[in-house]
Design a protein around this ligand. Sequence first.
Ligand code: SF4
Length: 341
Amino acid sequence: MSHVAWLSKEVKSGKILCEACSQACVLEEGEYGICGVRKVEDGELKLLVYGLAAAVNVDPVEKKPMFHFLPNSKVFSFGTVGCNFSCKFCQNHDISQYPKEHGHNITGEELSPSRAVELALEYDCDSIAYTYNEPIVFFEYTYDTAKLAHEKGLKNIYVTSGYETHKAIDLLEPYIDGMNIDIKSFSNEFYKEICGARLKPVLEAVRYAHSKGIWIEITTLLIQGKNDSDEEIREIAKFIASIDKSIPWHLSAFHPMYKMLDTPRTPESTLLRAYKIAQEEGLKYIYMGNVDNEKHESTYCPKCSNLVIKRSGRIGQYVDNKLEENGTCPYCSNILEGIWS
Ligand code: SF4
């Protein structure tokens, strides 16, 4: 479904600059952006996937992963085809790379913003997540949905690679309550070679979104020999700590996927090593993901060290939240950072 992609402007050459993400595509009539879902038609930038969802699910919010955001609640989650990155390890490459790998074809099931909100309420969800592919490429669809969702008392989550422009973040800030942002590596080379992107805009987006008061959690997929050295892990931890030590950091294990089938699965020992480095850098909330490790998936009060949210089983299967109102620790009355109601 085609819709004006209004987060764009005409530049001097008469071409159109897309202002959604830091790929900053400048396009002329008939050209597609790198994401494959924004195209200039009749002199305007159009979003080709407006109201067309390629994946829809009701998930536990822990699966996003968001651990300090309405724990134990359900989130209505959807995404479209298309992506501004081309990660060789993408676990959703069937939808994210679909337009690029299918001759600019677009696919999806009709799901209007108002229907998405209706379904979220019908399924007893507390929030809507824009996820599975990169949400900034379908910005106008997320914006309209998030606005309606807020009117109905639902919260909104972006699960993103962090390529939003400052202008996009300014527009999202009133409606997007939480973001899980990937910091995929601390090497520009990694971003260039493996993801078709750059590191700097991601770091800037994390810092800027946090400064706007959006609740941020970070995820890093650790890949053997690519981004798992002590030095690189420490650089990411230091960067997060330089913004706010209470930003939760999810350390996730890679498993062979898409164009990286020859790279081995990340051992749990790597995650434990990273966990220790993050602790040394003073991060208060560190979590392991894609491994079965209840101890390192649970939340402990940073003041009294008591277990306050126990997570066990499959992700989001059993969540025992002992926190009291506003994230208050029942043992020492410390208030933990997060969105708790
Ligand atoms: S959202 Fe798409 S068209 Fe816009 S700048 Fe990013 S890759 Fe280019």
